[in-house]
Design a protein around this ligand. Structure first.
Ligand SMILES: [Zn+2]
Length: 532
């Protein structure tokens, strides 16, 4: 933490100096002038609506899983190169990751968003019931096809505005690769990619427009694969000569599930069997199980990890097998920056929610009816700005490795309204809206807020100063970042290789071709909306 504080002071020093050199800062303008500039930025984002739709639909059509986002990464980095960004590929040794940079000097603002999909979530957009494009293929069942679009539209708009008005500053754009595996952001931090960054604006799809500050919600985690090894034998002829690794994963699960009764309400433990043996008449000599071990704070995550290891040890003793483990991902519980969140929320109030068409509402209500949740349609009232939650009330939830970045740089997550309320998440149903006008309008609204907050940060050294003051003196007052990653851990870049190798040839047939079709819905021949 001492290093972080020194860094912060240094950053502020540079920021203050560079703004003296820069031709413009907020102090040079009246509130009315700032207001007019913001209106100009909002209108400039609107002129990029078509570009946003094309990018969104293209990334939707790639539908790539974590660590295998090769088409997505090539598409976005080419676009950034064409638009004057410098791009460093393969960030932190992760082939599909990059750090793109435009501009010069301070402040340095980094925009991030995830790019990976969900297994078996292939779904025709705009169709209000289960209808996969390719049965069994992955798809954007989390809506991660949209967030980079929000950021890039905001960045290109601000780039133009900064050039026209001679405003100095640096914009960076980077991806959350394999967010569904919580697989990369802690490595970006470990490799120093966020040193010298003044603030991070992250974006994530949602069904409303807004943001939050503080912590005390959701969980962090370690994602660990446990591998057991025994001895094979003829399961009928000489079972006494075998030692079953598959028995070990069953016993590990039994132990874990009994132990679960005596853990805090905030824990979430879930697993999938990665390798349960080959066939019944061969005693499985190898078996593997993959656990997500989630808890609300660092010490509790560490102790849950120790429990996982103890269960593996117990299972190996019972079965006379051996075990080893590999970390596949980690995430710190997030803590988000109050001054930047307040600035972004004021911008969200200014931008407001999109105007939904009858077709948008028909689709949303049909989807809600299809899965048996309240037929509320789409968001019409802006969500509230949420602040620090009481950790005592935290009954757990999901994780995002943006948490690791939020403990190294003042960070917020902008949520924008590109999806339908009341959906289960990580499901084909979450794909339905993601290449329709609902997604497109939500992205434009999100890009406006992101561009305005970027503008606030570029012209307001006081905002960055107060962001670091909150970071150092409030966020870090009682809790400091200690990486969950161990020095020997490496990004699990092999994940999803086989699934993508199996489906990519079929998926390629359905990549969006914007030269020939106005929208992806047009290309697929889907009448919008198609409902029962
Ligand atoms: Zn996500």
């Amino acid at each position: 933490m001492r290093i972080k504080k020194l860094l912060a002071v240094g950053t502020l020093g540079f920021a203050a100096t560079s703004l003296v050199q820069s031709n413009l800062s907020a102090a040079d303008f009246t509130p009315t002038q700032i207001d007019a500039m913001k209106q100009q930025i909002i209108e400039a984002v609107d002129t990029r609506a078509k570009q946003a739709q094309v990018m969104n639909d293209m990334i939707f059509s790639f539908g790539e899983l974590g660590f295998q986002e090769f088409e997505t990464s090539a598409y976005i980095t080419n676009l950034l190169l064409e638009n004057g960004f410098e791009v460093a590929q393969g960030m932190a040794g992760i082939p599909t990751a990059w750090m793109a940079t435009w501009g010069s000097g301070e402040p340095v603002i980094a925009l991030g968003s995830d790019i990976d999909g969900i297994p078996k979530a292939s779904q025709k957009p705009g169709v209000g019931y289960r209808d996969p494009i390719i049965e069994g293929a992955p798809g954007h069942g989390e809506g991660h096809n949209s967030g980079q679009v929000v950021n890039i539209i905001a960045a290109l708009t601000l780039r133009d505005f900064m050039l026209e008005n001679d405003i100095k500053g640096t914009i960076k754009i980077w991806p959350g690769v394999a967010e569904e595996q919580l697989g990369t952001k802690a490595y970006y931090v470990r490799e120093g990619y966020f040193e010298g960054v003044d603030a991070v604006l992250f974006s994530h799809v949602a069904n409303n427009l807004g943001t939050a500050w503080g912590g005390g919600r959701g969980n962090g985690l370690v994602s660990v694969q446990y591998d057991f090894e025994g001895e094979s034998a003829h399961s009928a002829g000489a079972p006494w000569r075998g030692r079953s690794a598959a028995d070990a994963i069953e016993l590990m699960n039994i132990g874990m599930n009994y132990r679960r009764e005596h853990l805090r309400l905030s824990q979430r433990i879930h697993s999938v069997v990665v390798d349960g043996g080959d066939q019944p008449n061969v005693v499985p000599s190898k078996a593997s199980i993959w656990y997500f071990l989630r808890e609300a704070d660092y010490p509790a995550i560490k102790s849950l990890w120790e429990i996982g290891d103890a269960m593996a040890e117990g299972a190996s003793l019972m079965t006379n097998t051996t075990w080893s483990s590999t970390v596949l991902g980690t995430a710190w519980p997030g803590h988000f920056n109050r001054p930047i969140a307040e600035s972004a929320y004021a911008n969200a109030q200014r931008v407001g929610l999109p105007d939904w068409s009858d077709a948008d509402l028909t689709l949303a209500k049909a989807v809600q009816a299809e899965i048996g949740v309240p037929e509320e349609g789409l968001a019409t009232e802006l969500s509230e700005l949420r602040g620090q939650a009481n950790p005592e009330d935290n009954t757990g939830g999901g994780s995002d490795d943006i948490g690791d970045i939020s403990w190294n740089v003042p960070t917020i997550v902008l949520r924008y309204p590109s999806n339908i309320p009341n959906l289960p998440g990580h499901n084909w149903v979450n794909s339905i809206a993601m290449a329709t006008p609902i997604a497109h309008k939500g992205i434009v609204a999100g890009a406006k807020v992101q561009a305005l907050t970027l503008f606030d940060l570029m012209i307001n050294p006081e905002l960055i100063e107060s962001a670091w003051d909150y970071f150092n003196n409030v966020q870090n007052a009682n809790e400091n970042y200690v990486p969950l990653l161990r020095p020997e851990d490496q990004p699990a870049i092999q994940l999803n290789e086989e699934i993508m190798a199996k489906f990519r040839p079929q998926m390629r047939e359905y990549y969006y071709d914007p030269e020939r079709y106005d929208t992806y819905l047009d290309q697929l021949g889907i009448t919008y909306p198609t409902v029962r």
